[in-house]
Every structure is written in structure tokens, then in C-alpha cells.
Design a protein around this ligand. Structure first.
Ligand code: 6CS
Length: 283
């Protein structure tokens, strides 16, 4: 998958140059024309259901890629090709041209909004913590973990929950970077971490599949905001982002947006109740 994505990137560059020489209206139009010629958009995902998922046969699903696939189809880009990435590597990968867009539930925050060109909001969620049944250390917030000098919390590297725990005062050595949901689940089950934090829908998906009566979900994490993601484009690709937003707005209006995301547990109303501008300005 990776080799194909790299080859596509090189080929894409050649197509862009040719299109610019042929008088495409601007570098941005050339970007969309390049993706059309390429036949697919290279998307970054994390494989964290229900946001993003890769089946054993390689099939990509999840609310974020499903919305992106439909929008790109409407823009004349036939399909998407997904690469799995750690959250903390998504923006550098986008900036380095390894992906054309991040469609992974990458929550909008001011520092990220400064680094990428986000679409309007797509998937909104609160934060949760997975703990042993009975919540033996009585966690309700990241601050509770900070206060208990023996407590550890697992979170995705470069992810929002890692940042929230550190900002709440949990020392670096008690915030454990966990590569994926299954690892986080196992680490809580084995007592290697006291809590594992992901958005509510991701933790609920893990717990449902684990079918383990010795687990408990703390949701929402007290004091943590509700976040929303958007599709994240490279700075400079604003015209492509704007074209994406036009189709996203049509789908929100027609109800097709809700039809895609709500079966995964997301609320279309939540995404439609806010804007990129509001989310990117939130402290
Ligand atoms: O945006 C983030 O950083 C977070 N988003 C999701 C969907 N899962 C964990 C990650 O930390």
C-alpha cells in the first residue's frame, strides 16, 4: 500500500507540473486535476473504529473514509487509497506529501489549524477512559490521574488524549504512548496501565468487541472538551479544501451526510452545529 502511495505521489507531481504548463487555472485546480488523473486520493487513517477501520482483506471503512470517498467521487476522484499512520505523524506526513488528505478523526485544535487546511466539521465526540471494573482509583478526570502519583494513563502518540493528560499535570513518565486500541485494551486488562483514553465512540467499540465484564468506561472525561475533526489538507491546497467543503455542505443539507456517519454512532447535528472557525479559535 505504501509503495503504491509513494509511486502515486511522484507520478502526481509530474501530472501537476504538466497541468500547470497546460494553463490550469491555479496550482490548487491542478491539485484536484492531479487527483482525478491519479484516479484516487491518498488518505491517512489510524485504524481506530468507528472513525477509521481496515479489514483483514484490506478494505477501508469507518465514518471518516466513507465521507471522504463519497465527496472525492463527487469531485471526480474515483477512490481513496489509505495508509495507516500514528496521529502524531499525520500532519508531518501530509506536509511531506505522503498523503493528499488526513481523514482520520484528527480533531481540530488551534495548533493543528495553524498547520493544515481543515474542512468544515465532520465527526464530533467527547473523551473517555477505559478502566478496570469498579474504577478502583476513582478516576473522573485527567486531573485525578495527575493527583495519584501511582497512576498511569495510556493514549495515542501525538494524540489529543496524550496532550490533555500532560496539560492536566500527569508527568510524562505516567502518560504511556499506546500504538493502537487493541494494545490499550490489553494493557488495561493486564494491569500495565490504570486507564486508556480515546474518544467515547472508539472506547465503546473496543469494549463491545472485547466482551470482558471486568472493564468499565468513564465517559465523558470530566473537564475534557467535545472535539470535532475535519478532513485535513496541506496548506496551499485551500482550493481543493474549498471544493471538498462545497460537496460536504450539499451532503449535510440533503441528509446524505447523516446517512453515512450516524450508523457509526456519530451525530450529524453535532457537526452541523459548529464551524471550523469556532473550533479553530477555541483555547
Ligand atoms: O485527534 C486526535 O488526536 C484523536 N482523534 C481520534 C479519533 N482518536 C484519538 C486521537 O488522539
Amino acid at each position: 500500500m505504501k509503495k503504491l502511495a509513494i509511486l502515486a505521489g511522484v507520478a502526481g507531481l509530474a501530472v501537476t507540473t504538466m497541468l500547470l504548463a497546460s494553463g490550469a487555472r491555479s496550482a490548487d485546480d491542478a491539485k484536484l486535476e492531479q487527483l482525478k488523473a491519479q484516479g484516487f486520493a491518498r488518505v491517512a487513517i489510524a485504524n481506530e473504529p468507528p472513525y477509521t477501520a481496515v479489514a483483514a482483506d484490506g478494505k477501508v471503512s469507518g465514518a471518516a473514509p466513507d465521507v471522504a470517498r463519497e465527496i472525492f467521487k463527487r469531485l471526480g476522484v474515483k477512490d481513496i487509497v489509505a495508509s495507516i499512520s500514528e496521529y502524531g505523524a499525520m500532519i508531518p506526513g501530509l506536509q511531506a506529501g505522503r498523503f493528499d488528505v488526513v481523514t482520520a478523526g484528527l480533531f481540530m485544535k488551534p495548533e493543528r489549524c495553524a498547520a493544515v487546511a481543515y474542512s468544515e466539521p465532520v465527526l464530533c465526540d467527547a473523551e473517555a477512559m477505559l478502566v478496570k471494573k469498579g474504577n478502583p482509583k476513582h478516576f473522573k478526570s485527567y486531573e485525578d490521574i495527575a493527583k495519584d502519583t501511582s497512576a498511569t494513563v495510556g493514549a495515542p502518540g501525538g494524540g489529543t488524549e496524550e496532550k490533555l493528560a500532560l496539560n492536566a499535570g500527569v508527568p510524562r513518565d505516567r502518560v504511556i504512548v499506546v500504538p493502537d486500541g487493541q494494545s490499550g485494551l490489553k494493557m488495561v486488562q493486564d494491569g500495565r496501565i490504570d486507564a486508556y483514553s480515546l474518544p467515547v465512540l472508539s472506547i465503546n467499540d473496543l469494549v463491545k468487541k472485547a466482551n470482558d465484564p471486568n472493564l468499565e468506561v468513564i465517559a465523558p472525561v470530566q473537564g475534557a472538551p467535545v472535539y470535532c475533526d475535519g478532513a485535513a489538507f496541506k496548506k496551499g491546497d485551500e482550493a481543493l479544501r474549498d471544493a471538498y467543503d462545497v460537496e460536504l455542505a450539499k451532503m449535510k443539507k440533503s441528509g446524505e451526510f447523516a446517512k453515512i456517519i450516524e450508523p457509526y454512532g456519530f451525530s450529524a447535528a453535532a457537526a452541523m452545529s459548529t464551524t471550523r472557525e469556532k473550533l479553530c479559535s477555541k483555547k
